[in-house]
Design a protein around this ligand. Structure first.
Ligand code: FE2
Length: 425
């Protein structure tokens, strides 16, 4: 391939981005022992070591194996261990048993990362535009796993009675309570939703396939809260018997509350009459001014019902956030304490907590999954899950945008998930 100065600049930019993303994963995992990085506390949460290896497998498989003639796998047995859900890539180790993988060791996984990093660096100047686009996708994929690595290690640590802190963290600066919720009115309108196709081979303008095609959606008159619900407000919901009154709950949600004895957000515990929460900085009293987090869709919906409101639709949310800066807000910049923070900066759409919407995660009109294995990335999960918007304190800055659609099952709450209220006008 002839190499133009523009190509050289694009290759260098991609190499820098690849290197920065890979370095952040290593930094997040740096405080972990091999044992910390191996344990798995529930089926949904993967060991940190597995995240480090699986993201590497993605680059090795789809870029090096498929795009570099003569490339030899680092270890031919490992794709079985580190393929997540790609049926097109064949059989794989069962997800609930990832915590059984005491071997390879953490050091061996880090050596795997170093070898694949070097091979990608060498290959970039020779790769096809399609292979370069897969590196860009792999960087986005690894950023998703960086957030999962943090939320998963939080869950692993939470089941240890010692409740270790990943980052002990600094003393908190007291912040004033936010005022009452303000409402941002939205009128009836036909709005354009979704992301257009990114330029081939470019990470600029990147969007996942599920964010398109762009299409029009009808909004009815509504209003969105100018901030998310706080811990203090959530404590009032608990004190009012919110978890004990079936009138607030969807039928599936009420069954979930009863079957699992749910009485508060995940990681909350009352000690001597004081509500505390467990975070990556250990167990501390809840900050009443900070956004509530680790609540399920069922809890978010019940809270909205309790206050006579509802959850936003994903289209109301996207239309309202379209003009906001997706690089703003409390998002992940580096390895260090991560938690939702009180903000006095006015309407913030990005960071702190993922916001549950009332919208089912389903394809937009005209959606087609990509050809090949990476076509399994999003489309096959469009069943039984709800869309969340806006990113969290554990989302790497630069990863989300107004059209970004995250998705989880309605009972799941180990991510940094919170609530923004909406109402009809
Ligand atoms: Fe993955």
């Amino acid at each position: 391939m002839r190499t133009s100065p523009a190509n050289v600049a694009a290759h260098e930019a991609l190499a820098r981005r690849f290197s920065a993303v890979r370095a952040l994963s290593a930094a997040l995992a740096a405080p972990l022992s091999d044992a910390d990085a191996t344990i798995q506390s529930m089926d949904d949460a993967s060991p940190a070591k597995w995240h480090l290896a699986h993201t590497t497998w993605f680059f090795e498989t789809f870029v090096l194996r498929d795009g570099v003639p003569g490339y030899r796998l680092f270890d031919e047995r490992w794709p079985f261990l580190f393929n997540s859900y790609y049926e097109a890539e064949g059989e794989r180790h069962a997800r609930p048993r990832r915590g059984m993988l005491s071997r390879p060791t953490l050091d061996e996984v880090l050596a795997y990362r170093a070898a694949v990093d070097a091979a990608i660096d060498d290959a970039i100047p020779t790769l096809s535009p399609d292979a370069l686009a897969l590196i860009a996708l792999g960087c986005q994929h690894e950023q998703q796993h960086q957030e999962l690595l943090l939320t998963d290690i939080l869950h692993h640590f939470s089941v240890n009675p010692l409740e270790p802190a990943l980052w002990p963290g600094a003393a908190k600066v007291p912040v004033a309570m936010p005022g009452p919720i303000g409402w941002i009115a939205g009128s009836e309108a036909l709005v354009t939703i979704g992301a257009g196709a990114p330029p081939p081979g470019s990470s600029d303008g990147f969007a996942f396939d599920c964010e398109g095609p762009r299409h029009q959606a009808l909004l009815t008159p509504h209003a969105l809260a100018d901030r998310t619900v706080t811990n203090g407000e959530w404590a009032a919901f608990i004190a009012d018997g919110g978890y004990a009154d079936p009138r607030h709950w969807l039928s599936d949600g009420w069954a979930w509350v009863q079957a699992n004895s749910i009485e508060a957000p995940l990681y909350w515990r009352q000690i001597d009459g004081v509500w505390t929460r467990f975070g990556l900085d250990g167990r501390r009293p809840i900050d009443p001014a900070a956004p509530v987090t680790h609540v399920s869709f069922f809890e978010a919906d019940a809270y909205a019902s309790w206050v006579g409101a509802r959850l936003p639709t994903e289209f109301e949310w996207e239309a309202a956030a379209a003009g906001a800066d997706p690089l703003s807000g409390n998002q992940l910049d580096a390895a260090g304490p991560v938690e939702p923070r009180p903000s006095a900066l006015g309407p913030a759409w990005f960071g702190d907590v993922w916001e549950w919407t009332g919208s089912a995660y389903r394809p937009y009109p005209g959606f087609r999954a990509a050809e090949g294995a990476v076509g399994e990335y999003n489309g096959k999960f469009m069943s039984g899950q709800f869309v969340l918007r806006g990113g969290s304190c554990a989302t790497p800055r630069g990863h989300v945008r107004a059209s970004y659609r995250n998705f989880f099952y309605p009972h799941q709450r180990w991510q940094f998930t919170g609530v923004r209220l909406a109402k009809d006008l």
